[in-house]
Design a protein around this ligand. Structure first.
Ligand code: AMP
Length: 376
């Protein structure tokens, strides 16, 4: 299937060509036709699947088609995202895809002064990307009107609930017209997500895709059996070589992420941690550093890692083995994208062996064990 088969306009096809996308990802293939038809949709997909384009392309197309007849822009599509990083990424995509469509769009988020955001909003917007708290704040101050919204997108809804945005989301939804198209994306289907999606969606199409994360078969995986207290020594040992250029390290807890990053820094290895307890400014700084390679090691918890969009990550290290085998697949899928073969190392302490067993079972493969290392 090509993007042309999805009935996208020439202007969008050109933008996609410029981005270098050759064909739609599965989530794009499945979502775009339904969104163009105006259906509500539940998308079971996480970051990395191409979900942003799956909702942004058809929304830009619908809004641009109606726009020629209008003069002033009013917010037609509202896109809610949990974090500033994700909101910025979505806005960047809209900018790239909507180039030449005449669509006006912007992004607002908390943690910074509202001055420039308010000034920008005065130009009139067709599409607004927002984090819930700041949006509500500006709506309550009268700077934003939501009465013309025809399309609502909740991106990473599960993460928004995790971050305690449910009340803000409910207040925002109460301010939207009842008749609208709603697109709901979540990587997980918890009871809370089910409940929220039921209240918001009317006769939705259900679309679900596995992460485009490289298939586990394509990733060179190995296990290091190591005592819990020796994990930090093993990590430093592996980082001494030059082989690992740029690595994402996963821990189970926020506290653990901070501890690992601190230990590396005090041993002369540039590292930073990213997790839900960090301020938006701190998370963004860590992401920027990792992207421009001034930070060699980014330590992350699973939830925080979802927003990370870094290409050509050569290595992923499971500093702690996840309890859910699926999480392992998501984690290691962050490496080896774009066809290059990635490597995933798992540090397994004796109390984590049972997790490793269920992982092997899920991926249906025996993972290679590294017998020779100083902390075996
Ligand atoms: P997302 O899940 O929307 O965050 O997208 C994940 C990554 O895939 C982003 O870096 C996108 O730029 C990229 N991407 C999205 N759609 C395609 C496509 N059809 N072909 C290649 N890359 C894509």
């Amino acid at each position: 299937m090509t993007f042309k088969d999805l009935n996208l306009t020439t202007s969008l096809l050109q933008a996609l060509h410029k981005k270098g996308y050759l064909e739609p990802t599965p989530i794009q293939e499945q979502c775009i036709p339904h969104v163009l038809e105006g259906r509500d949709l539940f998308g079971g997909a996480q970051t990395g699947t191409g979900k942003t384009a799956a909702f942004a392309l058809p929304l830009i197309q619908i809004i641009a088609a109606k726009k020629s007849a209008q003069t002033h822009s009013s917010i037609k599509a509202l896109i809610l995202a949990p974090t500033r990083e994700l909101a910025l990424q979505i806005n960047d995509c809209i900018k790239a895809y909507g180039h030449g469509s005449g669509i006006k769009h912007t992004v607002i988020f908390g943690g910074v002064s509202q001055f420039h955001q308010v000034k920008d909003l005065r130009r009139g917007m067709d599409i607004l990307v927002a984090t819930p708290g700041r949006l509500l704040d500006l709506v309550q101050q009268g700077y934003i009107k939501l009465n013309a919204v025809e399309h609502l997108v909740l991106d990473e809804a599960d993460r928004m609930l995790d971050m305690g945005f449910i009340h803000d989301i409910k207040k925002i939804i109460a301010k939207l017209p009842a008749k609208k198209q709603t697109l709901f994306f979540s990587a997980t289907l918890t009871p809370e997500i089910k409940k929220l999606s039921h209240t918001l969606l009317h006769d939705p199409v259900l679309v679900s895709v596995a992460p485009v994360s490289s298939s586990p078969d394509l990733i060179d995986q190995s296990i290091y059996y190591v005592k819990k207290e020796n994990k930090k020594l093993l990590l430093r040992h592996l980082l001494k070589g030059t082989d690992i250029e740029h690595v994402l390290v996963f821990t189970r807890t926020k506290h653990g992420a901070d501890k690992v990053a601190k230990d590396l820094n005090s041993n002369g290895i540039n590292a930073d941690a990213i997790h839900g307890n960090k301020s938006q400014g701190a998370r963004e700084k860590a992401m920027r550093g990792f992207k421009n390679k001034t930070i060699r090691v980014l330590v992350a918890t699973d939830i925080a890692s979802r927003g990370i969009d870094v290409r050509e990550l050569s290595h992923v290290i499971n500093y702690e083995i996840p309890e859910q085998a699926e999480t392992y697949v998501h984690r290691i899928g962050r490496t080896g994208r774009a066809g290059s073969q990635g490597k995933a190392f798992s540090f397994c302490a004796s109390e984590e062996r049972s997790y490793m067993k269920s992982i092997s079972k899920l991926i249906n493969k025996k993972i290679n064990v590294v017998e020779k290392h100083p902390f075996a």
